[in-house]
Write a protein that binds this ligand. Sequence first.
Ligand SMILES: CC(C)(COP(=O)(O)OP(=O)(O)OC[C@H]1O[C@@H](n2cnc3c(N)ncnc32)[C@H](O)[C@@H]1OP(=O)(O)O)[C@@H](O)C(=O)NCCC(=O)NCCS
Length: 174
Amino acid sequence: MIIRQEKEKDLKDVFCLIEKAFKKEQFSDGQEQFLVERLRKSTAFIPELSLVAEVEGEIVGHILLTKLKIKNETNEFDSLALAPVSVLPEFQGKGIGGELIMKAHSKAKELGHKSVVLLGHANYYPRFGYEQANKFGIELPFDVPKENCMVLELKENGLKGVRGMVEYPKEFNE
Ligand SMILES: CC(C)(COP(=O)(O)OP(=O)(O)OC[C@H]1O[C@@H](n2cnc3c(N)ncnc32)[C@H](O)[C@@H]1OP(=O)(O)O)[C@@H](O)C(=O)NCCC(=O)NCCS
């Protein structure tokens, strides 16, 4: 398997893969493939952080990190949203999602980003170092259990002094 930056020629395959990956997901609206299309056209998009996993020429996984803000009354901070990560159903459970997540982290760190925010499964992401956002005084704008709202410091003290409400790119709300 190789993990590489998404290219123009991959877009159709990535669209289909996201649709298939989320089809049976309980908490999905089945629209994640359209979210990715909107984010690609937005100012939040970072081409180097849209990655695909390829096995024998077939795109089997995708991950996207985009820019977001964490804001309080006096300050605003840059961070990243991890959303979505998708692996084709028949390739799930083989470590591909994990590889995509770790590669996206290392690339983001290399680009100088300090932290990542996500809404996700409480028993999956802690293995990659994610912690509950509320421990840092960071809130996500969703009415969901606090266990599902997570953040990761990409470097030591990456969230030092950062507290406030996460503001996702507007494309998440469309
Ligand atoms: C979540 C996803 C990207 C993980 O990719 P993957 O390649 O299957 O993951 P890995 O093989 O690296 O890791 C497998 C682990 O993920 C866990 N996992 C996968 N989907 C999960 C889910 N919906 N809820 C909780 N844990 C999940 C598995 O239980 C397994 O855990 P284990 O190692 O303790 O047995 C993939 O299952 C997927 O595309 N799911 C549908 C889309 C989705 O829900 N995306 C995440 C949105 S937050």
